[in-house]
Design a protein around this ligand. Structure first.
Ligand code: SAT
Ligand code: MN
Length: 599
């Protein structure tokens, strides 16, 4: 065998028995011209060596060992701190197949553009080859990929977020297929920044950004955009959902999957600590961002979390809002774009301890420059660091799902919780989710936009076809879970949240489980089943009856307007919109106009 054409970085020379993988890696090295190629094995020696190298180059700095052992801080280029939806493309041969929900470029144009950007892009850099597995390494539901990147920051994040290295490579070699992800930070020029997906080719190319969702290609690019396409052809669902187990005092555990848009509290809900008034209840976290849902042989919907770590929003995390996360990020954590105290500890708005000396751009802190930590600053931590980690997160067969919960950030309109009448209505509820935008993506914050199933930025194909796929499940099983909608974010006229949220949300999840188990009555309204106010446990809460009533009733006039807006939205998908959703919209609209339903 001839010697490798590119020198390796010397720690461990790995290559592969799989010709398709070897050829692809060679071809990318030829195109990008790195100084060296490093195959990542995912071990802790590799992790620590990369950390040491990054500290040396200034890409990373160590935080105070006293209080934050094994914690590091990375500061991004200030122009590169969030996902860039306007620079993200789905490249299907036909534009219709990407749908109005995606930016589209023809595959030929995208390849030409990306080849030009990647040409020689890794000169002077090391090219890392990261074999990874999304999901438990021995699960039939898991899928593998290989990310090639020139960013050591990406490597250490992928190490926490995915099962990466030798075992993943062995599975890839066994199966012979993998998703190809190519990434370079390029020169971080926003004018030369593109994240493109080729679903038919099972490949992703990302250039010009080092930020989370743009650069950790296993996450949104693979586990949602490419996987949603695969899921459609293979009969499963790849969703933007947290996954959690809720154990009652008598030891009964229900698993639920909840879809909320980015930075709407998925991580907080997934790891919540039960309120004082609910002794004996326990929460088990399986995932905080992505769930893959499959029907098993018995027709039961089961879920796995394809990830193995969290890339969570830091600001607002404290002992009260999320004690599990707060404790978890005191060790073995990578912080991105937080501030620092004078004694080199990480600091963020809402931490409630200490004060900032340096902001997220490394400048001396000055309140006139805005928040000390970037509003979308993040922590990366391994899931096993979480005190509420569920060992079933590693179970190859996943967990059975009792309820699917949709939600968004709505200061008005949407009640605290309601239940869809059946699966078809539930798909309509998911399709009509709207939420105020957050700092997780570049753009204006606080604007209400439609975000069906919290998948607006992540569905790799036409939403019309996606809804049809969701609607096809009752043909295959009679054991589907209940579908619900929640809204933790209702505000009063002064802009104050009227529901306490955080751990108290368990009170609402309890109602959901009681509904699933048929243990509690509800009021049937045109939009679904609403709780009777007395069935939401408010013991030990400082909340009055009028507020609870407001949270559990709907305004028929504003809801009729909402139905018109949903109808208009659905029509933007033309003849791809399933008739069943239009029927639901019509039914609800006309029922709202009638007067004889319980308000
Ligand atoms: O940037 S990520 O996509 O990883 C986080 C998020 O926006 O949900
Ligand atoms: Mn997310």
């Amino acid at each position: 065998m001839p010697p490798p054409r590119f020198p390796t970085s010397g720690i461990r020379i790995m290559t592969t028995k799989l010709p398709a993988l070897k050829e692809w890696v060679d071809q990318i090295a030829e195109l990008t011209q790195p100084d060296s190629v490093h195959w990542c094995n995912g071990g802790s020696a590799e992790y620590h060596r990369l950390i040491a190298e990054m500290i040396e180059t200034g890409t990373l700095s160590a935080l105070n060992d006293n209080g934050y052992p094994n914690c590091y801080l990375h500061l991004s280029n200030p122009n590169d701190v969030a996902r860039v939806e306007h620079l993200t493309f789905v490249c299907t041969p036909e534009q219709e197949d990407a749908g109005p929900n995606n930016n589209w470029m023809s595959p030929d144009e995208a390849h030409a553009k990306m080849d030009a950007l990647f040409d020689g892009a890794m000169r002077g850099r090391t090219m890392y080859v990261i074999p990874y597995c999304m999901g438990p390494i021995d699960s039939p539901y898991s899928r593998c990929g290989v990310e090639i990147t020139d960013s050591p920051y990406v490597v250490i994040n992928m190490e926490m977020m995915t099962r990466m290295g030798g075992d993943a490579l062995a599975r890839i070699e066994r199966e012979g297929t993998f998703v190809k992800g190519l990434h370079s930070t390029g020169d971080l020029d926003p004018e030369r920044r593109f994240i493109v997906h080729f679903p038919e080719e099972l490949s992703i190319q990302s250039f010009g950004s080092g930020y989370g969702g743009n650069a950790l290609l296993g996450k949104k690019c693979h586990a949602l955009r490419i996987a949603s396409h695969q899921a459609r052809t293979e009969g499963w669902l790849a969703e933007h959902m947290l996954l959690m187990g809720i154990e009652s005092p008598d030891g009964e555990t229900h698993y639920i999957a909840c879809a909320f848009p980015s930075a709407c509290g998925k991580t907080n809900l997934a790891m919540l600590i039960p309120p004082h008034s609910m002794p004996g209840w326990k929460i088990w976290t399986l995932g905080d961002d992505i769930a893959w849902l499959h029907l098993d042989e018995d027709g039961v919907l089961r879920a796995i979390n394809p990830e193995s770590g969290y890339f969570g929003v830091v600001p607002g995390t404290n002992e009260k809002t999320n004690k599990n996360a707060f404790d978890m990020i005191h060790h073995n954590t990578i912080f991105t774009n937080v501030a620092r105290t004078a004694d080199n500890k990480p600091w963020w708005e809402g931490k409630k301890i200490g004060e900032p000396a340096y902001d997220w751009q490394g400048r001396e802190y000055d309140a006139a420059n805005g928040p000390a930590a970037h509003p979308n600053s993040r922590f990366t931590a391994a899931a096993t660091n979480n005190p509420s980690y569920s060992k079933l997160a590693d179970a190859p067969e996943g967990v059975p799902i009792s309820a699917i919960v949709f939600g968004g950030r709505r200061k008005e309109l949407a009640p605290l919780v309601y239940e869809a009448k059946d699966w078809q209505h539930g798909v309509f509820v998911g399709a009509s989710v709207a939420s105020e935008t957050t700092a997780a993506m570049v753009g204006e914050v606080g604007v209400v936009r439609r975000d069906p199933m919290a998948m607006k930025p992540f569905c790799g194909y036409n939403f019309g076809d996606y809804w049809s796929h969701w609607l096809s499940f009752p043909k295959r099983t009679s054991k589907l879970p209940g579908i619900f909608h929640v809204n933790w974010f209702r505000q009063d006229e002064d802009g104050k949240f009227i529901w306490p949220g955080f751990g108290e949300n368990l009170r609402v999840l309890r109602w959901i489980i009681d509904r699933v188990e048929g243990r509690v009555e509800a009021r049937e309204t045109p939009i679904g089943f609403l709780p009777n106010a007395e069935d939401i446990d408010t013991s030990e809460l400082d909340i009055d009856a009028a507020t609870i009533r407001k949270l559990t009733t709907i305004n028929p006039v504003t809801w009729a307007e909402e139905m018109d807006a949903i109808g208009e939205y659905l029509e933007t998908f033309g003849d791809r919109t399933p008739q069943a959703l239009l029927d639901e919209q019509q039914r609800i609209k006309s029922e709202l106009d009638a007067v004889d339903w319980p308000r």
